[in-house]
Design a protein around this ligand. Structure first.
Ligand code: GLN
Length: 193
C-alpha cells in the first residue's frame, strides 16, 4: 500500500511520520512526475489552502489530482486539505471541489482559531483534536456524512473514499484517524482487485 502525501506546503512531514508509525509506506508529491508512481491513497495536508491550490495549478497537478479523486482515489484532507476538497468554501479561492461539503475558512477567527479539545469521532472513538486557524463545515449534502462535531460545528466528514477533518490528528500522538483512513484505502483496493 502506497500513500502519496501532497508536499507542496504545510504540515506534510507529520503525516508521513504517523503513517510510518502505522507501518504504511508513503511518498511525497512535490511535482507532476511524482504522480506517476502507483498510489493507493492521497493525503492533502494542512497549511494555507490558497497557497496549496495555487501551487497545484502552477505545477500542473491540479486537474490530475482532481480527476484521480473523482475516479475514486481515497483521499484524506486535514484543515487546508478539507477546504480544498470542499465543493464550496467561504473565503476560499481554489477548490478541488470533489466533496459535497461547504466549509468556512478561518471559521473560528484568525487569532483565536487555535485550540485543542477531545471529542468523539464516529468509527474512531474519543480522540484529541488540535485546531489551528481551522475551518469548519457549514453543511454536508448528497452522500456526505458527518463524523464529528465540536460545539455544534461539524469538524469531520466522509463521503465515499473521501475523509476530511478540520483538526490535525497528525499533530497528536493518537494514530487512530490515520488507521481509519488506511482501512478506507484497504477497502477501496479490495473493491478494485
Ligand atoms: N487557515 C488555513 C487556510 O485557510 C488552514 C489552516 C491549517 O491548515 N492549519 O487554508
Amino acid at each position: 500500500m502506497q500513500i502519496g502525501i501532497l508536499a507542496l506546503q504545510g504540515a506534510f512531514a507529520e503525516h508521513a511520520a504517523m503513517l510510518r508509525q502505522l507501518g504504511a509506506s508513503c511518498f511525497e508529491i512535490r511535482q507532476k512526475r511524482d504522480l506517476d508512481q502507483p498510489m493507493d491513497g492521497l493525503i492533502v495536508p494542512g497549511g494555507e489552502s490558497t497557497v496549496i491550490g495555487k501551487l497545484l495549478k502552477e505545477l500542473d497537478c491540479f486537474d490530475l489530482v482532481q480527476e484521480r479523486i473523482q475516479n475514486g482515489l481515497p483521499v484524506f484532507g486535514t484543515c487546508a486539505g478539507l477546504i480544498l476538497l470542499a465543493k464550496e468554501a467561504e473565503g476560499g479561492h481554489v477548490q478541488l471541489g470533489t466533496m459535497d461539503i461547504s466549509a468556512r475558512r478561518n471559521a473560528y477567527g484568525r487569532q483565536l482559531g487555535s485550540f485543542a479539545t477531545t471529542a468523539e469521532m464516529k468509527g474512531v472513538g474519543k480522540i484529541p483534536m488540535v485546531f489551528i486557524r481551522a475551518p469548519y463545515i457549514t453543511a454536508v449534502s448528497g452522500t456526505a456524512e458527518v463524523l464529528a462535531e465540536v460545539d455544534g460545528k461539524i469538524v469531520a466528514a466522509k463521503q465515499g473514499n473521501q475523509l476530511v477533518t478540520a483538526f490535525h490528528p497528525e499533530l497528536t500522538q493518537d494514530t487512530r484517524v490515520h488507521a481509519y483512513f488506511l482501512h478506507m484505502v484497504e477497502e477501496a483496493a479490495k473493491k478494485n482487485a
